[in-house]
Structures are given as C-alpha cells and as structure tokens.
Design a protein around this ligand. Structure first.
Ligand code: ME8
Length: 521
C-alpha cells in the first residue's frame, strides 16, 4: 500500500432529503464543495469530497406513502435524481452515501454504543412539539400560531404534539465544553455572524435532546432496544464518518481524513452541525470537525423558493438554457458567499455575456486568433520584456495563486473570482494599450512579445479557473497546447512549465458564446 504524503482535505455537503427533486439550493451547496475539492486537488491535496442522500425519517416516509411506494423503493428512485444532478453539474465527488446502506447502519450502531457506554444516553419519555418538515423538536417558547391558526416553529414549519418513550442525549451537560470549543477554534463556525448566533443559542442553555422515536419505523434500529429507531438527525450526521470507514478509527480513511476540514451547509441546518454534531462526537470520544460553513439562502426573483409557490428552479433546465460553466460561474459570483441571494434570469444573462463572453472569452479569442493569423499558429518567441508593462501583467498573473488560496480557505468564492477578473481586465487593458495588430508590420518582434505575454497570462487564468469552470478552462488549455500533466497549480509556480515558443497550436474557437434569451428583453 502506498501512503500519500500529500496534505489531506475532507469536504462534505449536507446529505439531502429524498422527499423532493433536487433544486438550485442543493446544487449550490454541492457546487461550492466541488469548487473547493477541485481547487485543493489542483493544489496538491489528497481530497475526499462526499455528498449523498438522507433517506430515513418521518418526512421521507410520508413522501413515500404519498407516492404509494414502499420507502425503500421510493428512496431508491429519488436518490437517483441526486446522482443525476451531480453528473449534470460536473460534480467531482469521490463518494455518494445513502443512509439506507448497510455500512451506515453499522456506523450508526457503533456511535450509539459509544454514547451508551460513556453514559451519555438515558431512557425517558418525550412530550413536546415536533416539526416533520424540519425533522426537529421545538420548545414551547419557540411555538407561535400562523394566520390559519396552526402552530408553527420559527422556521415556519407546522408542528405537531408528540408523546412517546424516547432515549435522550445529555446535551445539557455539553454547554460549557461547546462554548470552550468555539472559543478555542474561532474559525470553527463561519461566517462570523452565524458563529455569534450559535454562541448565543448555546449560552441561553441547552436541553437534553430526544434521540430516538417509537411512533414510526423508517430508520436505523437502536441497537439495544428494537422498539426504537434512531432520531433521523443523529443518523444523518453520522454519514460524515460512515463514509470514511467508522467504526474503524485507527487505520484507513478515518485515520487519514478525520476530522473533516469542512462541512458545508445552508444556514437552515447550522444548529444541527455546530451544536449537536460536535457534542455527539465529543461525547463519543471522537474529534469534532474543523469547520462548519453556513451559506445563505437563494430566493427566486425575490420570492422564497417553494414547491407550493411553483417557483422551484430546476438546475437541469438552467444548465440546458445557459450552459454548465455559465451556471457554475453565476452562482458563485453573483452573491458574496454567506449572504442570501436572489436568482434572476436577467442577472445570469448579464454575467454570462458581460464577464464570460466579453471579458474572458473575448480576451482569449482575440489573442489566440492573432497568434493563429500572425504567428503561423505557433507560440511566438518573446523578445526583451518591458518592466512596467509586460512584467507587470505577468507579475499580476503569478500573484493570483496565493491570493486565491487565501480566499478559498475562507470560502470567499466571489472574492476569488473578483481577483481573477481583475487580471482578466488588466489583460484586456494591456491588449488595448499595446494594440498588437498594429505592430505586425512596424515591429513584429514586439508583437511577438506582446502576444507571448498575453498567452502566458491566459495560461495562468485557464489553470486557475478550472475549479469554477472546468469545461471552458480545459478547452482553453487545449487551445494553448498544454498537456494534461501540466494543468495543476504546480505548473504555475514552475518556470519550466511556461509556454514553449514554437509550439504548434490548434485552430482557436470561442469558449463562451454570447447568449441571447428571447424571453428577456
Ligand atoms: O436539511 N438556498 O436536507 P435538505 C440555498 N437532510 N441552499 C438551499 C436552499 C436555498 N433556497 N434550499 C436548500 C436536510 N438548500 C438534511 C441534511 S446533513 C447531515 C442532513 C441546501 O434536503 C442547503 O445546503 O432539506 C440546505 O442546508 C440543504 O439544501 C437542505 O437540504
């Protein structure tokens, strides 16, 4: 067996409920993780990127019943949609976990046994509110009435009164250790505003948590008591360690990848990840993850996205309409990561045409066509470089990688893209200022230098945009004659990997078409 000496990076998405078809919100979270996974792989990390589906619980059981299917049959069908979306969006996940798999039952039983052994669980009975939509218990103080007189949780989900025997987790005893953990790990919860919310919640005091149910049966059986199934959130959260071979902790993937570097989640499920999960783990004698990032919420043209409003954005349709790279770029560029965002067709069209077709696409197209026409379709040989013009642009291009590393390590995707675009704009400015088309007769050697500098700048850009826009970037790298082995970030820092003058280039073709949408004026 070869042991990798590369640093590791373990990133996870939430596992999605299979009660519904995947929509843009699910695609968004997984996209963010995909971009990070691709970035880290190109940067030499040994990456594990996990996504999957959450298939137990009352909500899924109810949906199966509504579809007149047995829950297993239903989850088999709907889980496929999430695999399909991963394929269509170009996600590079290394594993896809389903909580109905045997490996997961084994891991859930093992974490339960550890909690039991450590005296973290006791049998009692639960009487209180439960929201099936959120699969969450709520305190009396959190409940209000909506305009129809129904009782609702702060999330807006309707709650029902539940009374049943239940095992409890001694969450109330973890307040101090959780606060200490947040204190010692200031970047455990990002963004900062969300961290503060979690800290206030924990400071207000924690109740013991009901972690088993007896009134329905679609779940993982509690190992010591067959009348109970495990609470779906304890079951679901455990997926992050199931996928790396838990309960084996000493060797193999768990030893290599745990603690996870990042659990990416939406703000709706932060409490489960930043309070319950680290408490479960610490109580089971396991390490908490290194970071939970809670991103914001997408609305559609100003409205909440919901099936009942009929405004669910289907990512398949979006990709068909605008192209994969355009959708990937838009989602991460439009909104500062962490904030809420509003989807609009006009906005995606503007970005696809303005920033992709005009700024980036045109830059590449202009330069590659000039090389094809004026340099015999070969990488031109540069002459003497001028410090303030040529070296300035190359300097800006090579300075990008450390800037991007910094932004990616805080999940600031929009800032990473802005940094890349500042170089795209600088390169376009350089084309206009140098006007290489005017140098053909007058000073061909200078023209060669200018085109070489631009080609080198595009090489940097295309390598660095691969995580965001894999198709167009790889297309550009093909057009620059860059072999597959020279597309990692190592090729940016290694001077020997610079474009070799004389290399024959293929016929250039545009990578970002201008989009016309008849429905948008
Ligand atoms: O909560 N905007 O699954 P879920 C942005 N199974 N992101 C959105 C979104 C929107 N409008 N809608 C959904 C569950 N999301 C549990 C998770 S993890 C151990 C168990 C994304 O299918 C966002 O990431 O309801 C959110 O947290 C997640 O989908 C909820 O997916």
């Amino acid at each position: 067996m070869t042991v990798s000496t590369a640093p590791k990076y373990y990133v996870t998405t939430p596992i999605y409920y299979v009660n519904d078809a995947p929509h843009i919100g699910h695609a968004y979270t997984t996209l963010a993780c995909d971009v990070l996974a691709r970035f880290k792989r190109l940067d030499g990390f040994d990456v594990k990127f996990l996504t999957g589906t959450d298939e137990h619980g009352q909500k899924v059981e109810k949906s199966a019943r509504a579809a007149k299917l047995d829950p297993k049959e239903f989850t088999d069908q709907v889980s496929e949609n999430f695999r399909d979306i991963a394929l269509r969006m170009g996600f590079s996940n290394d594993d896809f976990i389903r909580t109905t798999e045997e490996r997961h039952r084994i891991a859930c039983s093992a974490i339960w046994e550890r909690l039991l052994k450590n005296n973290e669980i006791y049998l009692g009975s639960y009487a209180g509110w439960y929201a099936v939509r959120d699969e969450a218990f709520y305190a009396d103080s959190e409940i209000s009435a909506n305009s129809n007189g129904a009782n609702i949780a702060p999330s807006g989900a309707e709650v029902e009164w539940v009374e049943e025997p239940s095992y409890f987790f001694r969450l109330s005893e973890w307040q101090g250790r959780l606060l200490e953990y947040y204190d010692n790990h200031p970047d455990f919860i990002l963004p900062k505003s969300r961290r503060n919310e979690v800290i206030s919640f924990v400071k207000a005091g924690l109740q013991d948590l009901s972690i088993s149910r007896t009134t329905f049966h679609w779940g993982v059986p509690v190992p010591n008591d067959k009348n109970h199934i495990m609470y779906v959130w304890l079951d679901a959260l455990t997926n992050y360690i199931t996928a790396i071979g838990f309960p084996e902790t000493k060797t193999g993937e768990y030893a290599r990848y745990w603690p996870a570097d990042l659990h990416m989640v939406g703000k709706d499920i932060l409490r489960f990840h930043a309070v319950y999960w680290p408490a479960f783990l610490m109580a089971a004698g396991l390490e908490p993850p290194k970071r939970v990032y809670a991103h914001g919420w997408w609305t559609n043209e100003g409205q909440k996205i919901s099936k009942s409003l009929g405004n669910v954005i289907n990512p398949f349709d979006l990709v068909d309409r605008y192209g994969l790279d355009q959708v990937r770029y838009f989602l991460l560029r439009e909104v500062p990561f962490g904030n809420d965002g509003d989807f609009s067709h006009r906005a995606i069209l503007q970005r696809a045409n303005g920033e992709l077709a005009n700024d980036y696409g045109n830059l590449a197209q202009r330069v590659l066509s000039m090389i094809a026409k004026n340099c015999g379709a070969r990488v031109p040989k540069p002459g003497q470089l001028s410090e303030d013009q040529d070296e300035a642009l190359i300097g800006q291009s090579t300075a990008l990688l450390p800037i991007l590393r910094k932004h990616m390590d805080t999940q600031a995707f929009n800032e990473a893209l802005e940094a890349i675009w500042s170089v795209v704009r600088a390169a376009n400015g350089y084309v206009d200022a140098q006007a290489p088309w005017k140098l053909r007769e007058k000073d061909p050697s200078r023209m060669n230098t200018v085109l070489y500098i631009l080609a080198e700048c595009i090489r940097h850009l295309a390598i660095l945009t691969q995580p965001f826009m894999p198709e167009a970037s790889s297309n550009l790298l093909d057009q620059l004659g860059i072999p597959a082995t020279e597309r990692t970030f190592g090729a940016i820092t290694d001077e020997k990997k610079q474009l070799r003058p004389g290399l024959r280039l293929p016929v250039p073709k545009g990578v970002f078409p201008r989009l016309i949408d008849e429905e948008i004026k």
